[in-house]
Design a protein around this ligand. Structure first.
Ligand code: DX5
Ligand code: ZN
Length: 224
């Protein structure tokens, strides 16, 4: 059965001087999730924002807050991001020693647990973690910066993740993040992705509603 397609605009591409307006615009555009990229300048070269920004914007939005932690040892901060208002927290496979403990901690708070892999990490490493997760995030660019080009070679991971989830009968979403536009979204959709993070292609669009709708329609038409 096809999983519902969800669109997750990434706040990284928004105008940080007017965050509440930016949030409202993507909510009105019909997005389901707000993707929040947290970067520490260690796991990835760039820095972004942390729990205090998320907690400030939380009262301004009803969207599902999808927090993508690109930080070392994310287990240290799970309580903080839950308190800030995260609905789902995604950790990176490569930056977390005790992945099971981190995923269990997220779920213990009643939040959705996700795990992400960089383009060079094969999807099969996630198989033992499937019972502990609600979402796999396959990075379709090297994490760290918005505005990069979609990497076609990451589709092997989307395909492998979809095969593992389907074969095991798990209730797990597959998210893709990086270089997603209406032109590229059909590719991961055709390999089994159902949640589409889009930074530049939504926030830099003249008409955000049209941007969200066009990514959704493109993905729905190609979804398996
Ligand atoms: C990259 C981030 C992405 C980024 C996507 O490290 O995880 O969420 O904001 O931006 P675009 O859609 O512009 O590639
Ligand atoms: Zn992200």
């Amino acid at each position: 059965m096809k999983r519902p397609i969800k669109i997750a605009p990434s706040l990284l591409a928004a105008d940080f001087s007017k965050l509440s307006d930016e949030l409202r615009s993507v909510e009105e555009a019909g997005a389901e999730y707000l993707h929040l990229d947290v970067m520490d300048g260690m796991f990835v070269p760039n820095m972004s924002f942390g729990a205090c920004v998320i907690s400030s914007i939380r009262p301004h939005s009803k969207l599902f807050f999808d927090v993508h932690l690109m930080i070392n040892d994310p287990i240290r901060y799970i309580d903080d991001f839950v308190a800030a208002g995260a609905d789902g927290i995604t950790i990176h496979y490569e930056s977390c020693q005790d992945k099971e403990a981190a995923l269990r901690a997220i779920r213990a708070h009643g939040k959705k647990a996700g795990i992400s892999i960089k383009p060079s990490t094969p999807a099969f490493v996630l198989e033992p973690l499937l019972p502990l997760i609600d979402m796999i995030l396959v990075m379709t660019v090297e994490p760290g910066f918005g505005g990069q080009s979609f990497m076609q070679q990451t589709m092997a991971s989307v395909e492998a993740a979809h095969a593992m989830v389907t074969a095991g009968g798990y209730d797990v979403d597959i998210q893709v993040d990086g270089g997603i536009t209406a032109a590229t979204a059909p590719i991961p959709a055709s390999f089994g992705a159902n949640i589409f993070v889009a930074g530049s292609s939504v926030f830099r669009a003249e008409d955000r509603k049209t941007a969200v709708e066009s990514i959704r329609i493109a993905a729905e038409n190609a979804a398996i």
